[in-house]
Write a protein that binds this ligand. Structure first.
Ligand code: DC
Length: 218
């Protein structure tokens, strides 16, 4: 069974998907981490963000693995580095390239077809797994999403200014929702959950009971 969760940055997807996967004993697949890992590689190799040809070559020749809740890029542990602000700033340029998305979707489908999983991202309910058993769209007010992102950075000891964070988040929202391939949009058969005023436990309980109902009628 696949539970697919989409939503904008800061809506709580990663936290909720991870906890839901633990509770269901499903694999947790963070598709954003894959785009992040590739973006990190492009930055590390000093590849120009407009050099699509080279970026596509990297997408086809990069090994991204998930092990013990860690992310590995060509065997190196990049779990922390993929969350750096410079990755946030550059990722939209990489994620909009159709051939890059094609590669990522291929890998995501092969993982999802081999096991029960909770998958989260921007296009998992619309493109990657449109027939997922349960599809959820998580959302929250912009100010709350920005506050959560700020908290994430501060927790890692990264000092960011709220104004520039808000500017970057807005730019990423726009890029995510307007790209030609795999844009973020709410599928009509998604359950919409606004997490603005809910605790993590409340959201997990809500999505868990939705999943439980689906499991019963499987
Ligand atoms: O979920 P996240 O914030 O880690 O995702 C980072 C970026 O990766 C997001 O702004 C757009 C891109 N992304 C995507 O294009 N498609 C996905 N399925 C997941 C993420």
């Amino acid at each position: 069974m696949i539970v697919a969760i989409d939503g904008p940055a800061g809506s709580g997807k990663s936290t909720i998907a991870r906890l839901l996967a633990q509770r269901l004993n499903f694999l947790y697949l963070d598709t954003g981490a894959m785009y992040r890992a590739l973006t990190l590689k492009v930055l590390q190799m000093n590849i120009d963000l407009d050099d699509y040809e080279n970026i596509i070559v990297q997408a086809k020749n990069t090994e991204i693995e998930f092990k013990d809740e860690k992310v590995f890029l060509d065997s190196a542990d990049v779990t922390s580095d993929i969350r750096l602000p410079q990755v946030d700033k550059s990722i939209s340029s990489i994620a909009k390239i159709p051939e890059v998305r094609e590669e990522m979707v291929k890998i995501q489908r092969s993982i999802g077809c081999s096991t029960d999983c909770v998958v989260e991202g921007r296009d998992t309910t619309t493109v990657v797994f449109p027939d997922a058993k349960l599809k959820i769209f998580l959302d929250a007010r912009f100010s709350q999403r920005a506050k959560r992102r700020l908290g994430d950075f501060r927790q890692k000891g990264i000092d960011v200014d709220i104004k520039s964070l808000e500017t970057d988040l807005k730019a990423r929202d726009t890029a995510d929702m307007t790209r030609a391939v795999g844009p973020l949009k709410k599928a009509s058969d998604c359950v919409y959950v606004d997490t603005t005023d809910l605790t993590i436990d409340e959201v997990v309980s809500r999505v868990y009971s939705l999943a439980e109902n689906k499991l019963k009628i499987k």
